[in-house]
Design a protein. Structure first.
Length: 449
């Protein structure tokens, strides 16, 4: 029968204090009775309490939560329990077979290997297998054993901490790869419009927040852009934002637009949210193939900013907007027609950009009017494309007096004179702009405004 693995505390060696009592479990079987554990001095405020087991079965019963260290005699006869532990036959001397069995049933405990002085090779191999240190039976005294116990416990604690750190790092890297893979890659192949974006999640060490955006071009040449915000900042909100973004892309490519699309997205939100209190704001824009006209739908979301050539930037009309998704069961979202003109820049954003604090004591919000004034100043300085977005986010953070606690997403689409000149009389493009290959929007395609 295999020796059952006893229930162990998760921090068996990790919380040992020098002022506490250390418990040593000695596993040895000496028929001649010549081996005795030397008396241990109380050094550095540490006292050692000893338990003795004659075999592995007895050791399994004595291996309780308060055991800090195990002293294993490698000369212990190998019992059947070590050979039927479920891990298969283990190669090597019997002492190492016993040691590996002990390491399996006590993975969080410090282990000292005890062997004869003329068996140095076995002692070194025991450390390689997993023991914290080894001791020679003929040279064992109380002071040496006490020091070895304290050293083994501290080394095991360091090993456990390092393993936890490594596991945490690997999980963080895996989560980062997963989140990065969920960030959007704009589908603008065949479009004259140029794209830029900035995204800053409010959560520390995260790549995704509750804000989401996307841009796609449908086969008829229409460019569809969307930006939204799920209330809240945690991982659940980030996951819901990804679901809504993917649903929007699928519905848009399937031909839905305006009120029909938003009504369907509200159904997705109602089915996927954890609470009826969860809602999401959304702004969608569909730009005609000629680039001069667009349709605008607002679901409780701030209106986009448009800058036309020779004119100051201003907000698009927002009086006809509908409620946020998830608030009213049978809401409607009218689609408003907008004349964009020949050359223009359209900036869509989430409220994280306008709700930062401003003023000497941070008592006021930047607001939409403050954002419009800030963008106009940056445009007057000649900032364009991603440089404009980078400067905008940086200035909002500076005005706030530190990091923004809310998620921030900003998307910029523009059509300039060069884009107009590239069009042939029949309305087709002269050349193509490849879509960004990098999934990270912060390092996406970087054209001028």
């Amino acid at each position: 029968m295999p020796v059952p693995v006893p229930q162990q505390r998760s921090d068996a060696a990790a919380e040992t204090s020098h002022d506490a009592v250390l418990t040593l479990l000695v596993i040895e079987d000496d028929p001649a009775g010549t081996f005795t554990v030397p008396e241990l001095p109380a050094a550095a405020g540490t006292r050692v309490r000893i338990r003795t087991a004659r075999n592995l079965t007895e050791a399994g019963r004595l291996l309780t939560d308060d055991v800090d260290c195990i002293l294993l005699d490698l000369a212990l006869p190998t019992g059947s329990e070590t050979r039927t532990s479920g891990a298969g036959d283990t190669a090597g001397p019997d002492g190492l077979v016993t040691l590996e069995h002990v390491l399996r049933i006590a993975p969080r405990h410090a282990v000292l290997a005890l062997t004869a002085q003329d068996d140095t090779a076995l002692a070194v191999e025991a450390v390689r297998v997993g023991a914290q240190d080894y001791l020679f039976r003929d040279e064992l005294d109380g002071r040496l054993l006490s020091r070895a116990i304290r050293y083994a416990v501290e080394r095991k604690r360091a090993d456990v901490a390092q393993r936890r750190l490594t596991e945490s790092t690997l999980r963080a890297q895996e989560n980062a790869r997963l989140e990065r893979g969920l960030l959007p890659t704009p589908l603008l192949e065949g479009s004259d419009l140029r794209f830029a974006a900035r995204y800053r999640p409010g959560r520390s060490r995260a790549l995704l927040g509750g804000d989401f955006y996307d841009t796609v071009r449908t086969p008829d040449g229409t460019v569809h852009a969307m930006i939204g915000d799920v209330c809240g900042h945690g991982p659940d909100e980030a996951a819901l934002g990804v679901e809504l973004r993917i649903a929007w892309r699928a519905l848009t490519l399937a031909g839905l637009c305006g009120d029909e699309l938003l009504s369907t997205l509200q159904q997705v939100l109602e089915h996927e949210r954890e609470s009826e209190e969860i809602f999401a704001t959304l702004c969608t824009v569909d730009i005609a193939p000629d680039g001069r006209r667009a349709g605008l739908c607002l679901a409780g979301h701030p209106a986009p900013l448009i800058a036309r050539q020779g004119q100051a930037a201003r907000l698009l009309p927002y009086e006809d907007g509908g409620p946020a998704l998830g608030l009213l069961p049978r809401a409607r979202w009218p689609r408003r027609h907008v004349d964009l003109g020949s050359t223009w820049s359209l900036m869509m954003y989430t409220d994280g950009l306008i709700e930062g604090r401003v003023g000497p004591v941070g008592s006021q919000r930047l607001g939409q009017d403050g954002m419009v004034a800030m963008i106009n100043q940056q445009l007057a300085q000649g900032l364009i494309g991603e440089n404009l977005l980078e400067a905008a986010v940086a200035q909002v953070r500076e005005l706030n007096g530190g990091e923004l606690t809310d998620d921030v997403a900003v998307l910029l689409l523009d059509r300039d004179q060069e884009s107009v000149r590239r069009r042939t009389p029949d309305g087709e493009r002269g050349r193509r702009i490849p879509r960004p290959r990098n999934a990270n929007p912060a390092s996406a395609q970087r054209p001028p405004l």
